[in-house]
Design a protein around this ligand. Structure first.
Ligand code: ADP
Length: 473
């Protein structure tokens, strides 16, 4: 199987896509499926590539010389598109140092997709996949390059329909697409070249990262302009939940946290909570309900709706830590909230993997008020670390957290709290009530920690889909 992605953990990561791209090959190996992942040759990738071998050379690939390398890094089999004029740039894979998108992103990810199509049809260096699995808009144009050609079965996974890769049709001559790929049933999207659109229209199967999101995106409210197409393709659309790497996210062995713990002995959590309170300058108080946020600060994540709830939170005697980065306005408002509630609210603006682990290990509950959420990974990590997820009832959040309502409490099955739009404050009150009943809370924690959030089940579902597509091809 050839996976095509613009980021992969632990080499390059801006979000959940990287986690999925990094973890799925390992889980698929247990299902007997070998994966090679095609990834751009960013400096961070080339620096880690071991035993690299050149399998293809092109003197003029989208305006400069390019090579396709095969090698390994961080235990992953990689095919690397080494095209310095497109990818030898520092930092974030999509944005320039000034924070804006690279102006040539359309060309950069057309090049990635073109190379994926070449691998699929020409098999350079013995790489000839039976399945091509493209992720998100950055790989979506692959299906347009393959349009009309004999090709392996194709899958497009949508990690977030908000990121669509729509570009002015003036770039068409630079793309070198097959003659009629720019059509309504192909890459055309409202007069623009739609990279995600091409994949949605032309892939043999579409998957997205939770069953609820697969249903939601067929509605105008969540479809972001694609609901009609997705309803049309509903027979080929599947929702497969993400997992997390349960070796990296394992409170029993996690070297990044102050004190290790497991399902049978949660004692270590107290030390992690104390360490986190000290790290964020909060009052040392094991009795206070310590809530946390680990998130991109963007409209999608709904964290602006947390700001008016901060007074409720303080009145309940709770504490809050925020680890996040994103929209400058939200960064500013959370910093201001921390300054206004010293000892109660702590804020770290930035991206810090170690601090994410320490936060999951030390908080009592994580807040995820997303407006939409294709799957969400932070609630899965939280379940594993015994931090109860308090989540908006959307997408993958609805699919992975069992609301501790009266019925669930009676049946001992709750793992967190869900709330509907506008009910955030009420959910905080419910959380405070549960916190005041320590036995109930610790039962919920143990339920949460017993949830299977690994890749085992999702990998088996992907494997079954690959097999059915390969058989039908
Ligand atoms: P999305 O991909 O939409 O940002 P997900 O919940 O699917 O959201 O995945 C987010 C991933 O990024 C998780 O692994 C989470 O721990 C991590 N993350 C988000 N913000 C930060 C941050 N500020 N510091 C460290 N890790 C973060």
């Amino acid at each position: 199987m050839l996976a095509v992605t613009s980021e992969i953990f632990p080499l390059v990561k801006t979000g959940g896509l990287a986690d999925v791209a990094g973890a799925l090959p390992i889980a698929l190996a247990a299902e007997g499926i070998e994966t090679t992942t095609l990834i751009p040759g960013y400096p961070a990738v080339l620096a880690k590539l071991e035993s690299a071998e050149t399998v293809l050379n092109d003197g003029n690939f989208f305006g400069g010389p390019a090579r396709l390398l095969r090698g390994r890094a961080a235990g992953l089999d990689l095919a690397v598109l080494d095209a310095p004029h497109l990818f030898d740039r520092p930092g974030n894979p999509y944005t320039a140092p000034d924070g804006g998108d690279w102006p040539d992103n359309a060309i950069r990810f057309a090049a990635l997709s073109r190379m994926a199509a070449t691998i699929a049809t020409d098999g350079p260096g013995g790489l000839r996949p039976d399945i091509l699995h493209a992720h998100d808009w950055q790989a979506g144009l692959t299906m347009a390059y393959l349009d009309g050609a004999p090709r392996p079965a194709t899958i497009l996974t949508v990690h977030n329909l908000a990121f669509q890769g729509n570009f002015d049709a003036a770039i068409l001559p630079s793309l070198g697409l097959p003659a009629n790929a720019f059509r309504i049933e192909g890459a055309e999207f409202h007069g623009m070249v739609g990279y995600l659109k091409a994949g949605l229209a032309l892939a043999d199967a579409i998957t997205t990262v939770s069953p609820s999101y697969a249903a939601e995106i067929q509605t105008p409210e969540f479809g972001m302009g694609f609901d009609g197409l997705l309803r049309h393709r509903s027979g080929a659309l599947y929702g497969i939940l993400n997992g997390i790497d349960d070796n990296i996210w394992n409170p029993a062995t996690d070297a990044l946290i102050a004190s290790r713990f497991d399902l049978h002995d949660l004692g270590g959590r107290a030390a992690n909570k104390a360490a986190l309170q000290s790290r964020f300058g909060l009052e040392q108080n094991g009795e206070a309900l310590l809530l946390g946020v680990i998130s991109r600060l963007s409209w999608q994540k709904g964290l602006d709706t947390l700001l008016p709830a901060l007074d409720t939170l303080a009145a309940l005697g709770a504490q809050l830590v925020i680890l996040g980065a994103g929209e400058p306005d939200l960064e500013h408002r959370f910093r201001a909230a921390a300054a206004a509630h010293p000892g109660r609210i702590g804020c770290f603006i930035g991206y810090d993997e170690g601090l994410a682990h320490q936060t999951q290990a030390g908080i009592d509950a994580i807040l995820i008020p997303s407006r939409f959420e294709p799957c969400g990974l932070t609630q899965l990590c939280a379940l594993r670390y015994g931090a109860l997820p308090i989540v908006a009832r959307v997408g993958g959040l609805a699919d992975t957290v069992i609301d501790a309502n009266a019925a669930a409490l009676a049946a001992h099955t709750g793992t967190g709290l869900q709330f509907s739009a506008g009910q955030f404050g009420q959910a905080l009150h419910r959380a405070a009530a549960l916190w005041s009943a320590p036995e109930t809370w610790s039962r919920l924690q143990r339920n949460a920690m017993q949830t299977d959030v690994s890749w085992r089940r999702p990998a088996a579902q992907y494997a079954a889909l690959y097999k059915s597509l390969a058989a039908g091809n």
